[in-house]
Structures are given as structure tokens and as C-alpha cells.
Design a protein around this ligand. Structure first.
Ligand SMILES: O=C(O)CCC(=O)C(=O)O
Ligand SMILES: [Fe+2]
Length: 198
């Protein structure tokens, strides 16, 4: 597996990726991490895959505009209204990316045993080519991507505290991504993915 560039636009077939490791200052990232960790009512949700029910190996929460419920992996999540802090973060990402978002899915990875298996963010309520903005806070985790057809195309990168990863173009159609488990003793990590439900 090859390492991806850790800053700027990343040139790949069938995807538009952009990574800014310094989107938030360390102080902003520290305070956002701390506030979210303690104020969000984190849920341990189950998912349904081919008719079987599993616990998700991480905790989640959904913020968003009222009435925009989000279904994925066989569960429906109803959003909590954006807090001031998350609304401000959303506006900042909208200003810098030129895209609009309705919804933010939060993941809390408690340690290296928590993970997010291979998937694409291709739910039909996100439209044909979803644009996804992903903010990382806390422990650094490895992010893997692989092309669905061209098996040679497999890459990894590190998602740092305070970083912003933008995923656009047809990436969710042609690529899968994951946060693998790690045997290293890792601290907590929070990831926020801003999405647009159409
Ligand atoms: O935690 C991450 O960086 C990725 C999260 C993700 O892929 C998702 O929530 O769909
Ligand atoms: Fe995802």
C-alpha cells in the first residue's frame, strides 16, 4: 500500500481529494475535541448487513437540519440540531470549500480496537456524487482507500488532529475507504463528516 501526499490536492483517477493538515489550530482542535467528547450523547448503534445485526465498533451521533433523517447500513438516524460550535465549523468549511452541507455524522473511536470497515458514503439521499468534508480530532488514525475495480490502486494516509480531508468527484462510486483497527495503544479520536442530504 502506497502513502498519499499529506498536504494539498491529491491526484487520483475517479476521485477528487484534498487534504489540509492544519485546517484548525491546535488550540481550536483541542477545545473542539474536548467539548464534543464531553457534551455529545454518544450512541452505540447496531447495523444490519445482509439481514444480520452487529454492534458498530465505535460510537456515533448525528447532527443536522430538522427533518433530514439519514439511513445507512440499515439504521435510520434522526439528527439533533447543530450546536453553535458545529454550525460555526460547518460555515467555515462551506466558505473554504464552496460546498453546502445539511448534516454532520460524528464518530468516536474509543481506542485502536474501534474502526470503520470498508465502505463508500454512497447512500442515495446524498445524490450521485456526494461531496464529503471530514474533520479529524484527537489520536492520529490511518485512513485507507482502495479502488473498486483497479486492485493496484490502494493507498494510505494519516489523519491528524485538526485536519480537514475533502472527498469529491465520483470518489464514492469508484473507491472504498476505511479506518482499520490498530494494535498500537491509541487514544480517543473524533471524526466529523459533513454531508449534504438532498
Ligand atoms: O473516521 C473517519 O475518518 C472516516 C469516517 C467515515 O468514513 C464515515 O463516517 O463514513
Ligand atoms: Fe465514510
Amino acid at each position: 500500500m502506497q502513502d498519499l501526499k499529506q498536504s494539498g490536492s491529491i491526484i487520483l483517477p475517479d476521485a477528487k481529494l484534498h487534504y489540509n493538515p492544519d485546517f484548525l489550530s491546535t488550540r481550536e482542535a483541542d477545545s473542539l475535541f474536548h467539548n464534543l467528547l464531553h457534551s455529545v450523547s454518544w450512541k452505540e448503534d447496531s447495523i444490519r448487513i445482509f439481514g444480520k445485526t452487529y454492534m458498530q465498533p465505535r460510537l456515533t451521533a448525528l447532527f443536522g437540519e430538522e427533518g433530514k433523517s439519514y439511513s445507512y447500513s440499515g439504521i435510520q438516524m434522526d439528527p439533533i440540531p447543530f450546536t453553535r460550535e458545529l454550525a460555526d465549523l460547518k460555515t467555515r468549511i462551506e466558505t473554504s470549500s464552496g460546498e453546502r452541507f445539511t448534516t454532520c455524522l460524528l464518530n468516536l473511536y474509543r481506542d485502536g480496537n474501534d474502526s470503520n470497515g470498508w465502505h463508500a458514503d454512497n447512500e442515495k439521499e446524498l445524490g450521485k456524487h456526494p461531496f464529503i468534508a471530514s474533520v479529524s480530532l484527537g489520536a492520529t488514525r490511518i485512513f485507507h482507500i482502495k479502488h473498486r475495480q483497479d486492485k493496484k490502486l490502494r493507498f494510505r494516509m494519516q489523519l491528524l488532529h485538526g485536519s480537514l480531508l475533502l472527498m469529491g468527484g465520483p470518489m464514492q462510486e469508484f473507491w472504498l475507504h476505511q479506518i482499520p483497527k490498530s494494535r498500537q495503544p491509541l487514544g480517543k479520536r473524533i471524526n466529523l463528516t459533513f454531508r449534504k442530504i438532498i
